[in-house]
Design a protein around this ligand. Structure first.
Ligand SMILES: Nc1ncnc2c1ncn2[C@@H]1O[C@H](COP(=O)(O)OP(=O)(O)O)[C@@H](O)[C@H]1O
Ligand SMILES: [Mg+2]
Length: 310
């Protein structure tokens, strides 16, 4: 396999009037973990479905484990595991029956089947629930079963669509821990989508930020963190006119962004030397009445919102 587990080139997909995915390109290195981050409707699920060859792109293409998703959909499916947004199973079958049935569909050799099922059940913590009907499973248990199912073919790449959506905090934590373990123990490449930043931050090394079908930014989590720690937010409550002040502040070389929210002024700035007195000076020159002010380190969330400009 080449150094890239996935190569996506100019992929697009629309549903009637909605451009769900709009000309996106990115690569995922083998063995790494890539997070598709974006609000609801950003195009994450549509992208994943194209990559696992469940739907066809309108234009562009991608290779997954070296297989073209348009020309070799069966090869793609054999080399990956996929956990969908809403895992669904036959509720009148047990987990054991379900996994045995799926092994048949996947052509897992009989000699390997039982051991592999046991291992996967153990991994996701469902060994003692394996003979219960799935109809009685909680959402979290279904998600874990879905993960066990996705691992039956011993995939090189695992696709996870919002793996903690709808889980309670403990269930979500268990799922995150499980994915992190998988990453370190099995050397699978992980591609997951999420609308929550902390989750992507906990699991992924690279992140692509999706907005209205477009991939608007791509970066390593480490670089985003460094960017966050290099900036501050200064908040001040003011009295008086502020229009000119916003302009003046934006002219300072280290100021990234200035927002007014009522009489609250929020300045995002890079930590370049002693910037606080310079900012305060600029404020005093135009508007001497500061009722209060405070400084906060900016977070990854701030960076993300700035990228999304919301
Ligand atoms: N089967 C479909 N039919 C029509 N529109 C769809 C369909 N699936 C997704 N969409 C639309 O495409 C856009 C992207 O959706 P989706 O890929 O599900 O985003 P995300 O997973 O980021 O929430 C949304 O506007 C959504 O309403
Ligand atoms: Mg989705």
């Amino acid at each position: 396999m080449s150094i890239n587990a996935i190569e996506v080139k100019n992929l697009s997909k629309s549903y009637r009037k909605v451009q769900a995915v709009d000309n996106i390109s990115f690569n995922v290195k083998a063995g790494s973990s890539f997070g598709l981050l974006g609000l609801n409707g950003a195009g994450k699920t549509t992208t994943l479905k194209m990559l696992v060859s469940l739907i066809q792109p309108d234009s562009g293409t991608a290779t997954v484990s070296g297989h073209d998703i348009r020309k070799k959909p069966m090869e793609v499916r054999r080399s990956i595991g996929y956990v969908s947004e809403n895992p669904s199973f036959y509720t009148r079958m047990t987990a054991m029956e379900t996994l045995r049935y799926l092994c048949k569909l996947l052509d897992v050799p009989d000699s390997k089947r039982e051991q592999r099922i046991e291992n996967n059940l153990q991994l996701v913590g469902l060994t003692d629930k394996k003979d219960l009907y799935i109809g009685g499973y909680s959402r979290g248990m279904r998600h874990r079963l879905s993960l066990a199912q996705a691992l039956l073919s011993e995939p090189e790449i695992l696709f996870l669509d919002e793996p903690t959506l709808g889980l309670d905090p403990l269930g979500a934590k268990n799922m995150r821990d499980l994915i992190t373990r998988l990453k370190s123990e099995k050397e699978v490449t992980i591609v997951m989508s999420s609308h929550v930043l902390p989750e992507v931050e906990a699991i992924c090394s690279e992140v692509g930020i999706f907005d209205h079908g477009k991939l608007i930014a791509q970066d390593s989590v480490e670089h985003l963190r460094n960017t966050a720690s290099d900036t501050i937010n200064l908040e001040a409550v003011l009295i008086g006119p502020t229009e000119q002040l916003v302009k003046a502040l934006l002219e300072l070389s280290f100021v990234n962004d200035v927002k007014m929210d009522g009489n609250r002024l929020i300045i995002n700035a890079r930590k370049e030397g002693e910037i606080r007195p310079k900012i305060l000076d600029a404020i005093y020159q135009l508007n001497p009445q500061i009722l209060s002010y405070g400084i906060q380190e900016s977070s990854l969330e701030d960076i993300l919102l700035r990228i999304l400009k919301r």
